[in-house]
Design a protein around this ligand. Structure first.
Ligand code: FMN
Length: 316
């Protein structure tokens, strides 16, 4: 998620467990082949040795997400990413952002299944067959009328699986997600369909799978609110006991986030406090202590002061 699940968040979330895969924030492709440094900035997991490349520290694979509308420039950038070590390419056909849609990228493409097919085909043909190409779409732009057409166009383009955010672009992030609208698609497609949208708890996971006919889900905001949600789901599936993360443990995660960012000499220190505040805010629906902490953090810009407040919150 753009602005949320950067490499630090990916490292922290996957270290908790329960994730089979994660995807970078989108990299918007317009008309150029990016230099190496652009890929590395968005996807620092490429900067490691061969055995750990394109994986988080805990070994979870990371795919690069590309967003754009030019089939050939997207294919060139996908090829370069794979040459740099990306283990998979995900194509974004769901972003509702105005700047993205004005340039005919993201969700705006959902009005044109043929164009989507062209993009997927072009990227699939450019990327070696042993590297998965996947896609993510919404149910539509204004309505769901083209949902199946788009899904079939993506499948015909040769993706390995398709993730569907069960809302239209017009619905933005408003609840509810229409899990049942995924059923005719998951029944019709031969490739796996991954359900996404409004999975905030283990109970949501089960309801979503039942209504959508999907076996797998993609977590979005729920992972920020409940950092161990994937582990809770995996544990439930394996009938294993799992104790939800305590506030102390969550403060430990924020401390790790701080340490990871501080450790990166290329990262401007000004980035640190906003990140700590942002995640603390996301934790508020699940941890009452986050609200008190956020009120204090709000006024702080110095990372060292911010972490002291977090450590104090843990000690209480
Ligand atoms: C701040 C924000 C940034 C997002 N950025 C991306 C992105 O870069 N790529 C993407 O595929 N989806 C992105 N999404 C959409 C989520 O991946 C997800 O599809 C959506 O939030 C619905 O799932 P949820 O209800 O579990 O959050 C973003 C969502 C939010 C709230």
């Amino acid at each position: 998620m753009d602005g949320l699940t950067d490499c630090y968040a990916r490292e922290i979330l996957t270290s908790i467990g329960g994730y089979d895969l994660c995807v970078t924030e989108f990299l918007r492709v317009t008309d150029t082949l990016f230099p190496k440094r652009v890929f590395y900035r968005r996807f620092p997991e490429l900067k490691t040795s061969n055995s750990t490349i394109s994986k988080t520290k805990s070994g979870t694979p990371v795919f690069l997400q590309l967003l754009g509308s030019d089939p050939y420039v997207l294919a060139d950038n996908a090829t370069k990413a794979v040459q740099l070590g990306a283990k998979g390419i995900d194509l974004n056909f769901g972003c509702p952002a105005k700047t993205v849609n004005r340039r005919k990228g993201g969700a705006s493409l959902l009005k044109y299944p043929e164009r989507i097919h062209e993009i997927v085909t072009s990227v699939r043909q450019a990327v070696p067959l042993d590297t998965p190409v996947t896609a993510k779409m919404r149910l539509g732009y204004d309505d769901q009328l083209l949902a199946l057409d788009n899904a079939l166009a993506i499948e015909a383009g040769g993706v390995d699986w398709l993730t569907i955010h069960a809302r239209t672009k017009k619905e933005a992030y408003h609840p509810p997600a229409h899990w049942d609208s995924l059923l005719p698609i998951s029944e019709r497609l031969s490739i796996p369909v991954i359900a996404n949208g409004d999975i905030w708890s283990v109970a949501d996971y089960y309801r979503c799978c039942q209504q959508s006919g999907c076996d797998s889900v993609m977590l979005g905001r729920g992972a920020m609110v409940t950092p161990d949600l994937a582990l809770q789901i995996k544990s439930a599936l394996l009938e294993k006991e799992n104790i939800p993360l305590s506030w102390d443990a969550v403060c430990g995660l924020l401390n790790t986030l701080y340490a990871l960012m501080l450790h990166n000499s290329e990262l401007n220190n000004r980035y640190i406090a906003p990140r700590l505040k942002l995640w603390t805010k996301w934790l508020m629906p699940n941890y009452y202590q986050a609200e008190t902490l956020f009120t204090k953090l709000k006024k702080i810009n110095d990372p060292h002061q911010a972490i002291k407040l977090i450590q104090r919150s843990k000690a209480k």
